[in-house]
Ligand binder design. Structure first.
Ligand code: NAI
Ligand code: MG
Length: 365
């Protein structure tokens, strides 16, 4: 590909605006060193200020404006003192995920050096897996309703929706990811012993898609015991694929097993590349520490690494360069975690900026 990747930058609210400059610092440096040209454009959308000025989180033409970008690099949205959370989230981030068909949500889970995780006796290397969540259908549907409201007969229904299109594409994506990893293992979360219609269907599709990937070793686990094993035997896992609801829970539990929220990155992918994919830290805008310059920028910086890896895999782009840029950023994060400086959530005293600069320096900047 001989044109630059076009990236829309949306810092959002609260610490989103503090960690984003550090993300950009490292992103630009890594991209330049690995020959991945970028064209960045910032938008002051998806924040409480925009809502105060315009009465909405995004302008009316947001879809047309953003759809031509290769990626959205996102900070965090939410300022509940000004805008109710359901308004800010549904008015911005959730629109991106839906309307840009970002059906694969990826959250890497790794225990990194120098971080005391909550699980006793685990060393870096013991925990290294990837949660892949279906992001568009399943249990999170708008099919249903209420009847006889307020009466004794009050009735509430909400249907889970599983389509062959939706299930097959997330499974294929997860198997492909497993195939690229050294251990080549995949675990599918199910609950076919209790949810006796949709989950047996999910299981059937897992088997069918697995046949396309004979080199991937796979198994299936009920989500209750699977969740317990995240805590008891995290070494078992490589790629874990799950429906929307199960994936939502597992993708918070996974990163929680490795330490602070301030380090967990995520990708919301439209793997078909018809629309931009979105890369963001798992954490929110953290109003409790916003404005102090003490937020941990690692989740934002690691999300940039995921973005370069994904962009590099575009048809005609340089996949090796994207992967190398990713690996270099993760190695720089690991180095700084080993030596410091560290932000307060990791027991240090450094500022957001000092950590960002140290990671840039470790990259050779
Ligand atoms: P939060 O993730 O913002 O904060 C939870 C706790 O973790 C806080 O104590 C915070 O100080 C700490 N924390 C989070 N990120 C940190 C970082 N980088 N460094 C150090 N400490 C960090 O979740 P909370 O408080 O539930 O939500 C605050 C706002 O963020 C709400 O408006 C919520 O809707 C929004 N939110 C947005 C998300 C997004 O944009 N993807 C995701 C989660 C929440
Ligand atoms: Mg969640």
């Amino acid at each position: 590909m001989n044109r630059p990747f076009r990236i829309a930058v949306l810092p959002g609210d609260g610490i989103g605006t503090e960690v984003m400059p550090e993300g950009l610092r490292v992103l630009k440096l890594a991209a330049a060193r690995h020959g991945l040209p970028l064209e960045l454009q910032a938008f002051d959308w998806a924040c409480a200020d925009h809502w105060l000025r315009h009465g909405r989180m995004l302008p009316e033409d947001w879809f047309e404006t953003l759809r031509g970008f290769d990626a959205i690099y996102f900070g965090a949205v939410g300022w509940p003192a000004v805008v109710p959370d359901h308004v800010s989230l549904w008015g911005s981030l959730l629109k991106f995920r839906r309307d840009f068909d970002q059906y694969a949500n990826l959250r890497p889970v790794r225990l990194l050096p120098g971080v005391r995780g909550p699980l006793a006796g685990k060393q870096p290397g013991d925990i290294d897996f990837l949660v892949v969540r279906e992001n568009t259908e399943g249990e999170y549907s708008s099919v249903g309703g209420r009847m006889f409201e307020g009466s004794e007969r009050e009735l509430v229904l909400q249907e889970a929706v599983f389509t062959r299109h939706g299930v097959d594409r997330i499974l294929r994506h997860a198997f492909r990811l497993a195939q690229q990893r050294p251990r080549k293992r995949l675990t599918a979360a199910t609950k076919s012993n209790g949810i006796a219609i949709s989950m047996p269907y999910w299981d059937e599709r897992v088997e069918a898609i697995a046949a396309e990937f004979p080199d991937v070793q796979w198994d299936r686990q009920h989500v209750d015991i699977l969740a317990a094993r995240f805590v008891l035997q995290p070494e078992r896992f490589d790629v874990v694929v799950a429906s929307n609801l199960f994936g939502d829970i597992l993708s918070d539990l996974g990163p929680a097993c490795t330490g602070t929220l301030g380090m967990a990155p995520s990708a919301n992918l439209n793997p078909d590349r018809r629309y931009p994919s979105l890369f963001e830290p798992v954490h929110g805008s953290a109003p409790d520490i916003a404005g102090q310059g003490i937020a941990n920028p690692i989740a934002q910086i690691w999300s940039a690494a995921l973005m370069l890896d994904f962009l590099g895999q575009a048809p005609g782009a340089d996949a090796a360069a994207g992967r190398a840029a990713h690996d270099a950023i993760v190695a720089a994060i690991e180095q700084v975690l080993r030596t410091g400086p560290r932000t307060r959530d990791l027991g240090g005293h450094a500022s957001t900026r000092e950590v960002g600069e140290a990671i840039a320096a470790a990259l050779g900047g």
